[in-house]
Design a protein around this ligand. Structure first.
Ligand code: ATP
Length: 345
């Protein structure tokens, strides 16, 4: 299947529903062939943004450009975008073949060509031989694969996926995530994937755009989002975190609210108010020492998750490799963290 993948530029898009600003001046660029995930809590505006890109919602302000062409006023059917949603939305009375053929029939493709392309699309999602089944004769995962085949069969310029695996169980969801990634890479398809599941976002994406309350909080690579979040919201929403606030009291030193001083390599601007992030798995040895009492301990298979109450009142979540027995409540524990492992924002 030849790729016609486009780049996408969203500029200054706003959309209100009465009092609610579902989108507030959103700008976002996606490169051709990139998979970008939009990650955010319920109600943050993810679906509204996707609908604006697809043409189902007209924004109050701003523009959407595909390969440089302003499509803000172009109807959905003429944008050449493939879409998959959470609730499969297959035509229940049509066979798998007829479902996948549908977008081609809308485009007046010859029947020989339809046969060829449907066969190719079903092979890509590993459903060769399922042509004659009805959706109700398929599992949830298979139905989503048919939806995926239907979304790519007409060789779209963009692929939009709105929580496509939300209804699937965890194992199947993980399989489908890898399959979508493989397919997307193979076709070089520019793709926007919406999810509220941060693990899914980390597994799938080239870049992640984190949304909250109609605004984009940060757009960056997966590692950047996790290691160097731009603010409290991103640090808290992606991964487990210990977040504190304080003031840079000297080069490489932050004085936290409450008075404790920590060494943080990237604290450079003396006098600046900063957020400090310590990921739970980063504790072990290190120049910053925290001594305290275990208030909660959970066994998680590969690791222990401990809640520590330090002697100065500071609360910490710490992950440790699961070796030996799970520390009992009340056990005294001392952990360290390296100044290089503390992120300052
Ligand atoms: P979820 O993860 O729950 O699907 P979301 O991030 O996709 O959420 P949106 O569906 O984009 O969020 O909604 C953003 C905000 O806009 C919400 O406050 C929602 O209630 C509101 N909203 C969305 N569509 C409409 C509509 N048609 N009429 C009124 N309000 C709407």
């Amino acid at each position: 299947m030849a790729s016609r993948s486009a780049d996408l530029r969203i500029e200054g898009v706003g959309k209100r529903f009465g009092e609610v600003a579902a989108l507030d001046n959103v700008s976002l660029d996606i490169a051709s062939g990139e998979l970008l995930t939009i990650l955010g809590p319920s109600g943050s505006g993810k679906t509204t943004l996707l609908k604006v890109v697809a043409g189902f919602e007209r924004p109050d302000s701003g523009t959407v450009r595909i390969d440089g062409t302003d499509v803000t006023a172009v109807p959905p059917a003429r944008r050449d975008i493939g879409m998959v949603f959470q609730n499969y939305a297959l035509f229940p009375h049509l066979t798998v073949r007829a479902n996948v053929a549908f977008p081609l029939e809308m485009r007046n493709v010859t029947s020989a060509e339809i046969d060829r392309r449907v066969g190719e699309a079903l092979a890509l999602v590993e459903l060769t031989g399922f042509d004659r089944r009805l959706p109700k004769q398929l599992s949830g995962g298979q139905q989503q694969r048919v939806a995926l085949a239907r979304a790519i069969v007409f060789n779209p310029r963009l692929l939009l996926l709105d929580e496509p695996f939300g209804a699937l169980d965890r194992k199947l969801r993980e399989t489908m995530q890898l399959e979508v990634r493989r397919l997307q890479r193979r076709l070089g398809l520019t793709t926007i994937f919406i999810t509220h599941d941060q693990e899914e976002a980390l597994v799938l994406s080239d870049r992640i755009a984190v949304m909250n309350k109609g605004t984009i909080q940060q757009v960056a690579s997966t590692t950047e989002i996790y290691e160097r979040p731009a603010n409290d919201f991103v640090a808290d929403f992606v991964g487990e975190s210990n977040i504190f606030h304080g003031i840079v009291s000297g080069p490489g030193t932050v004085t936290l609210e409450g008075g404790r001083q920590v060494r943080a390599a990237r604290a450079t601007e003396t006098g600046r108010k900063v957020g400090v992030l310590m990921r739970p798995e980063r504790f072990g040895e290190g120049a910053n020492i925290f001594a305290g009492t275990v208030t909660e301990a959970v066994y998680l298979g590969v690791s222990f998750k401990l809640r520590l109450r330090c002697d100065d009142g500071l609360e910490l979540i710490v992950r440790q490799p699961a070796r030996g027995g799970l520390p009992a409540q009340g056990t005294r524990v001392t952990v360290g963290i390296d100044p290089d492992s503390i992120h300052v924002f």
